[in-house]
Design a protein around this ligand. Structure first.
Ligand code: BES
Ligand code: ZN
Length: 877
């Protein structure tokens, strides 16, 4: 919480602590009404630092006793203010002991130790451990942990912490205890503790060196039937990390616990991952394909952190992308290897453009490695994660897969058990490959999405084709001038027959990887030996996170969409066509002209829909129009009504023009086979869902009938949600209402289904602020539960037509929810603020209303530093 003015932390001020912690003995005694925490820190002087001041973080600690060595400390012996305890230490090796009381049962922030339903659990990243006990709560302090938990045996039969169980037994008064030892030194943010009445399911994994590990998932008993998929995903991830990175699991036990109250998706605590229930519990009847895919990816992500994050961790929080960017890159590669690489790349890039590009293009822009922060929780962003993963991917592209693996081997070997920096990571990649990445590192320090403008020239006489690249990067907060980036450009040149022409050039081109590397502001590349003017296919596989512009004609884009050898670029060419069509119709709408979708676009859609050589999954992604996030990012001023009208017009045109195609695809893609989650089957269901959606948009009664039947007869949640999504997007209100109430009737006892039910309603066209307020009164809603808040509030904010209603009531509602959450859960409240941060990009009237909602937020009494930082950054010039 903010006391006076929140303090800004700077990367350039990083200093090692005066004392390290070698080992901590922690005892946590859970009682009704309070929890007692006793800790013993074995401290060791850091010889490289002159100071003898012991600095310990502590939030909400009610001190019972403190000792330094055998000496009890009185209030004159230390200073405790602004959540920091300071004392002078004479000894080089000394024990510090603290007994404190904390109040997990009223901890609604969901950081530190808190109650989640009937269980207790923890969340310590980034700075939650200081809410449990006094500690140097910073990632460069790595200690081994022994944790003893004591609690009532009847209500909390299961007591867990990191590492291996070493002791347990009964205590007086119906209580019991368990002791856990984690031999691997770790930073406090990886600490975890769980106590509850939980069911568990086991599996086993034999590592490549023949070690046996037990895999165990803990859930509330009613969820016991939803754990199998996560166990399978975990084994798959463990195998992949062995095969692709040579990384082996290192403890005898790997545990996952599902928690209903969780701020994030999941957390990689050593040996004891804690997951948001929504990110781990799955069954075909309650989880659709997208959910299965997300769960598999997130289980893998947290598991991969065991090396990229835990064994080798971050020196300070500015290095967050060291573990997150790298681990997102790893989980994305895992999904690409085990499903469909092109489809995965398309999803990743669509997500980057919809999430990270807008962040880079507004007041929240920051480098992958930020220079300063007030609240580190505010920097778990698309930039640190998704752009960070793209930066790692570019290194992979530049030095090749083989050198990348050698570099990662070196990194894990050299820094095992240490807390390091992104520079250390890059240095390993430089060392093995011999490539100088000094300039490349600007990707870590400079914010903003680079623009790459390309022009071409063909000289028929000489048979030369010249591409001129010009790069620039817009100013971002605190960074007006940018230096050129290293941009790897994967490319091809298409001849008139649609085939790639051979590439001959003297420039910095690697023929094996087909990558051209640009380092200057302006670069000219001459290709020789060409007898015809080619159509360039640039930035294949999205080889760099830049905004590319080349003056393609619509016909050239349609040609690329139909012929490019690179699947990603076929998709991208079509996306550009859609984007152009929508933007030009938006301009027409603004000028009061009638809308008409360009025929090149309309015809390209028929080509794709009918191209049986493309997998259903690829066809589905090619037939999906860019969403509002991408449309908004492409214009100077967002006139949202015009964008909505234009996008709707294109949907309507495609729906009615091709109603027979949509109908036949929908019918043809039906299947009676039992549900299986795999790339092929989920691709089929995805294309069927999309076709049904278009068919229904054409307004055919037969489509509504089909959807109602698909819903009623569904034996899996993918079919069911496809049917619902289509019906909710149409305008048959009676059918909508009957399906929604049927859904709740049947599934009200299943938390994940209720969350989906809330999300669907919040996203329904025509949803109003009054409707959202009613939903917030529903017994299924709980403001203290982040999943419920996200379902309803984020769901509503994503409902562009409703949220941006011209009266601005949506913004006011959001502000009032943020004010309410500020006191309960500052981390979540601050996240919601980002939904208003692009206010400047809208028309004046809407921009003003959004800004005034932000001002209302900023005027909240006892504003948390989390919300303060976000609202203030959003409003800043
Ligand atoms: N370490 C994070 C979880 C975390 C984030 C804890 C912020 C505390 C504050 C975890 O590894 C993570 O990144 N989780 C992601 C999912 C992942 C698949 C990108 C999440 O929770 O969204
Ligand atoms: Zn992570």
């Amino acid at each position: 919480m903010r006391t006076q003015d929140p303090k800004t932390i700077y990367l350039k001020e990083y200093q090692q602590p005066a004392y390290w912690v070698e080992h901590i003995n922690l005892t946590v005694r859970l009682f009704e009404g309070y929890t007692e925490v006793a800790s013993e820190l074995r401290l060791k002087k850091n010889p490289t630092v002159d100071s003898r001041e012991l600095v310990l973080n502590g939030v909400g600690q009610s001190i019972q006793s403190l000792h330094l060595g055998d000496q009890p400390l009185s209030e004159d012996d230390y200073q405790y203010s602004d959540n920091i305890l300071r004392l002078q230490c004479d000894a080089d090796e000394v024990q510090f002991r603290a007994v404190t009381h904390i109040d997990p049962q009223n901890n609604t922030s969901l950081e530190g130790l808190y109650q989640s339903g009937t269980m207790y659990c923890t969340q310590c990243e980034a700075e939650g451990f200081r809410k449990i006990t006094f500690y140097p709560d910073r990632p460069d302090v790595m200690a081994s942990f022994t944790t003893r938990i004591e609690a009532d045996a009847k209500h909390f039969p299961v007591l867990l912490s990191n590492g291996n169980p070493v002791d347990s037994g009964a205590l007086e008064g119906g209580r019991h205890y368990a002791v856990w030892e984690d031999p691997f030194p770790k930073p406090s943010y990886l600490f975890a503790l769980v106590a509850g009445d939980l069911a568990s399911k086991d599996d086993r994994f034999t590592t490549f060196s023949g070690r046996e590990a037990t895999l165990r998932i803990f859930v509330e008993p009613q969820n016991a039937h939803k754990v199998d998929f996560a166990l399978t995903s975990l084994k798959k991830a463990m195998t992949w990390d062995e095969e692709v990175y040579g990384r082996e699991y290192d403890l005898d036990l790997f545990m996952i616990v599902a928690s209903d109250f969780f701020n994030m998706g999941a957390m990689e605590n050593k040996g004891l991952n804690i997951f948001n229930s929504a990110a781990v519990l799955a069954s075909p009847d309650t989880s659709n394909d997208q959910r299965f895919e997300r769960i598999e990816g997130i289980v893998a992500h947290e598991y991969f952190h065991n090396w990229s994050g835990n064994r080798v961790t971050c020196r300070d929080w500015f290095q967050l992308s060291l573990k997150e960017g790298f681990t997102v890159f790893r989980d994305t590669e895992f999904s690409s290897d085990t499903h469909d690489r092109a489809v995965k790349r398309i999803e990743t890039v669509a997500g980057l453009r919809a999430g990270q590009f807008p962040e880079d293009n507004g007041p929240m822009a920051h480098p992958v490695r930020p220079d300063s922060y007030i609240e580190i929780n505010n920097f778990y962003t698309a930039t640190v994660y998704e752009k960070g993963a793209e930066v790692v991917r570019m290194i992979h592209t530049l030095i090749s897969a083989e050198y990348f693996r050698r570099g990662s081997d070196l990194y894990f070997e050299r820094f095992d058990g240490q807390a390091v920096t992104t520079d250390d990571f890059v240095a390993c990649m430089e060392e093995v490959s011999g490539l100088d990445l000094t300039q490349f590192k600007r990707w870590y320090s400079q914010a903003g999405t680079p623009r790459l403008t390309v022009t071409d020239q063909f000289d028929a006489g000489k048979g030369t084709y010249t591409l001129s690249f010009h790069q620039s990067c817009p100013a971002t907060p605190g960074q007006t001038e940018k230096s050129p980036f290293v941009i790897p450009i994967k490319l091809g040149l298409l001849g008139a027959d649609g085939q790639d022409l051979p590439i001959t050039t003297k420039a910095n081109y690697n023929a094996d990887t087909e990558v051209l590397t640009i380092t200057d502001e302006v670069t000219e590349v001459v290709f020789t030996g060409l007898s015809e003017r080619p159509v360039p296919s640039l930035l294949r596989d999205f080889s760099a996170p830049v905004k590319l512009s080349f003056g393609y004609s619509n016909e050239q884009l349609a040609f690329l969409a139909a012929n490019d050898a690179n699947g990603f670029n076929r998709w991208d060419a079509l996306q550009q066509l859609y984007l152009r069509a929508i933007l030009s119709m938006a301009t027409d709408h603004r000028a009061g002209r009638t809308l008409s979708a360009p025929s090149v676009v309309v015809e390209a859609v028929a080509t794709v829909a009918g191209d049986a050589s493309l997998s259903p999954a690829i066809r589905a992604s090619m037939l999906t129009l860019p969403g509002y996030a991408i449309l908004k990012d492409a214009v100077d001023v967002v006139y949202i009504d015009d964008l909505i009208a234009a996008r709707k017009h294109l949907v309507k045109t495609l729906a009615s023009r091709y109603r027979d195609i949509w109908r036949s695809l929908t019918e043809k893609l039906s299947s009676d086979a039992p549900y299986e989650f795999n790339a092929e089957e989920s691709g089929r269901r995805q294309l069927q869902g999309l076709s049904l959606w278009y068919w229904l948009k054409a307004g055919d009664q037969a489509a509504f009938d089909f959807a109602a039947e698909l819903y009623a007869g569904a034996t899996n949640q993918t079919d069911r949600s496809n049917a619902l999504r289509a019906v909710l997007a149409g305008d048959a209100e009676a059918l909508q209402q009957s399906l929604l109430s049927d859904f709740y009737e049947r599934w009200q006892s299943d938390t994940q289904m209720v969350e989906q039910w809330l999300t669907m309603q919040a996203g329904t066209p025509g949803m109003t602020v009054a409707g959202i307020e009613t939903l917030m009164q529903h017994p299924a809603f709980d403001i203290k539960n982040p999943n419920k808040v996200r379902s309803v509030i984020v769901g509503f904010a994503m409902n562009t037509e409703s949220f941006h209603d011209e009266k601005g009531e949506g913004y006011a509602l959001l502000a009032s929810v943020v004010r309410q959450l500020n006191a309960l859960n500052p981390q979540l409240a601050a996240r919601l603020v980002t939904l208003l941060s692009d206010w400047k990009r809208y028309d004046t009237a809407r921009g003003r209303m959004m800004a005034s909602a932000l001002e209302t937020i900023l005027a909240t009494e006892s504003l948390s530093s989390n919300v303060f930082e976000m609202a203030q950054r959003a409003l800043k010039d």
